[in-house]
Ligand binder design. Sequence first.
Ligand code: SAM
Length: 283
Amino acid sequence: MSSSDLAVGEVESHYTDMIGQFKQVWSMSGHKSIHAGYHDDHPDSEESAARNMIRELAETAEVDSTDRVLNIGCGAGDAAVWLVRERDAEVVGVDICEPLLDEAREHAFEFEADDQTSFVQDDFHELSSIDEEFDVVWGLESIEHSSDLETAVETVRRVLKDDGVAVFADNFISTSERSGRDQKRIETMNDRLRYNLTEIETIKEELTAGGFSDVEVRDISEYVLPSIKSQYRLSVATLPWYKLMTPLGIANRPKSDLVHGSYHSYKLFKKDVLGYYIVRASA
Ligand SMILES: C[S@@+](CC[C@H](N)C(=O)[O-])C[C@H]1O[C@@H](n2cnc3c(N)ncnc32)[C@H](O)[C@@H]1O
């Protein structure tokens, strides 16, 4: 099974420390997503690609105006607002990071989506604040942080209606055959980005063991690669500086983690060791 020692509190601190960095990116990019883009537009931009990813996931779950969606690891609420504005759905967002939830509430208010959204602090392994059932559970780059996938899947099933669906878009390890060097890169990514990356086969097995049926997986790595590559280019330019300055306490630690993580992510994508997948499962 796929449990690790990664503490939820560590993930929370990581995202709290990253807020300044995110705000800088959001102010330049025109969106508040914290996920890779889906590049199928010409010409494309990170902003349209970020929206495309949300659209792809919404189409996979067939979200419509009759649906109540639980967005686990909702971040700053970009997908929640999109689901209200584009699908007229109702959305409850949960996240462990309170500053991101504040951003989400502000974002929903700004785009007049506050009537159909609410945002609460909770851990998706527990969801103790959730006492209703949803049509859709939605996770966009959140379960890559799960320290215990089995419990996360059980919890997701508990809050879904019997005809509900779970959809995830995330990084997964594509193969069980990898070199020692690849494994080391995975461990560096886990360490730097507070991930617990698991194999795509593992999530399929966990969902099936957790009582889900019709588990479908779509490899969308080719559409995500431009996002991964542009992060890599930035990391190549700045990695030597961070390597030198971080031990001296001069460089920003969260930024340094992100740069290291982006570097190894691209290397693993290029070798098809890491991939990006959309997963859909029926309750
Ligand atoms: C890569 S960000 C993605 C945010 C958002 N889904 C988006 O696409 O913009 C991962 C998010 O998952 C949240 N998260 C990680 N582990 C969590 C947990 N155990 N329970 C709830 N939220 C969690 C983080 O705080 C962060 O907001």
